[in-house]
Write a protein that binds this ligand. Structure first.
Ligand code: FAD
Ligand code: MG
Length: 320
């Protein structure tokens, strides 16, 4: 009998990383007269995007860029390039979509397949896309595994064409596109001469420049309760967290979370509860946190060593 005891998704729910000094959501001006900054938030990409800056126009720049990329990269938008590619299995795409898929393939190779955007059909099967959660039959999972593997994504560099080796394949950029979008927004801010801003895209954070001459302080939420497990001070860096406590359901006393092990087709079961990655750019922080979550503590730390300027904090079941 199918019994789902508890459902929890991050849809518009709390964020794992909070920014100290910007503790309220919504539109507003924050701080005393000499230290005023604007905090704006909007729901995009299925989460809350919060922008904090002394520059009034910063939020508009960030939201504009994120909206542009959401229209290109979201599998939830039928007209996006990603949805069209998933439908047609072959598509001439924009340089940006081509770039992000190429980067995703590189992360797949580096992580020995732990990170893999071809998990799309598995994410759908488990109900994490439409939030209609279910534990699929083993046979169904096995069948779908034939469609999984980034080596089955063929890139034709000259024409910017992406082709799937098998019909039915689907890519899901949920573990990499928010990071990339935040990087693009930062680039746009810099072009406009804005050099101090904090973007929090549902726990995917970028700290641009400083906040009144000091690094931005970003609090990392604890994994077991609502307390903070500490904070980091960052300048021109991104921080991202992947955890099993954000989107999950419990059926028959077993917990199933949204990060899938592409090798087994089941939710990752490496003993890791949460991974926080600090990196020079958002894309790396985003993709790496998911890859490490699948790989587990030891193999994950080894993977992180391959990246320059990256720091990792892993909470595993045995080190809480
Ligand atoms: P991360 O660890 O960064 O990513 C986990 C996600 O990546 C999973 O949810 C899955 O989608 C995928 N994934 C699972 N396993 C793997 C793996 N082994 N390798 C690679 N990828 C994997 N959600 C909505 O509900 N509605 C929306 O309209 C919506 N729009 C979106 C638009 C965009 C452009 C993006 C990027 C995401 C959107 N989302 C939407 C998804 C939502 O915000 C996700 O919850 C989010 O992307 C997951 O991010 P995370 O940081 O929590 O986890
Ligand atoms: Mg991520």
């Amino acid at each position: 009998m199918k019994r789902i005891h508890k459902l929890r998704t991050m849809h518009y729910a709390p964020i794992t990383i909070l920014v100290l000094g910007s503790w309220f959501l919504g539109f507003g001006l924050c701080g005393c007269q000499s230290h005023q900054f604007y905090v704006n938030s909007r729901i995009m990409m299925g989460t809350i995007i919060e922008v904090t800056s002394v520059h009034k126009e910063a939020a508009g720049v960030v939201f504009g860029e994120l909206e542009r990329l959401e229209n290109l990269l979201s599998k939830y938008k039928p007209e996006s390039e990603v949805s069209q590619l998933n439908k047609k299995a072959k598509l001439k795409v924009s340089p940006e979509t081509f770039f992000i898929v190429k980067k995703a393939k590189e992360f797949s190779t580096l992580s020995s397949g732990a990170f893999d955007i071809t998990v799309g059909p598995l994410v759908d099967l488990w109900g994490f896309t439409d939030k209609n959660f279910t534990v699929p039959a083993d046979e169904k999972i096995k069948n779908i595994l034939k469609l999984i593997g980034s080596d089955k994504i063929l890139l034709h560099n000259n024409e910017s064409v992406i082709k799937f080796k098998f019909p039915g394949m689907k890519i899901d950029l949920g573990a990499i596109a928010k990071g990339y979008a935040v990087d693009c927004a930062v680039k746009k801010l810099k072009e406009k001469g804005i050099n101090s801003c904090l973007i929090n895209a549902g726990g995917q954070v970028y700290c641009l420049g400083e906040k009144f001459g000091r690094p931005w302080r970003v609090a990392i939420k604890g994994v077991l309760n609502s307390d903070f497990s500490g904070f980091v001070e960052l300048t021109d860096k991104s921080v991202a967290t992947s955890g099993d406590y954000e989107q999950f359901f419990i059926q028959d006393n077993k917990r199933y979370a949204h990060i899938i092990n592409p090798k087994t087709g089941y939710p990752a079961d490496s003993g890791v509860i949460s991974v926080t990655v600090i990196a020079p750019d958002g894309l790396t922080a985003d993709a790496l946190s998911t890859a490490i979550f699948v790989l587990g503590k030891e193999r994950g730390e080894k993977l992180a060593e391959k990246f320059k300027g990256v720091e990792v904090k892993i909470y595993a079941q045995d080190n809480l």
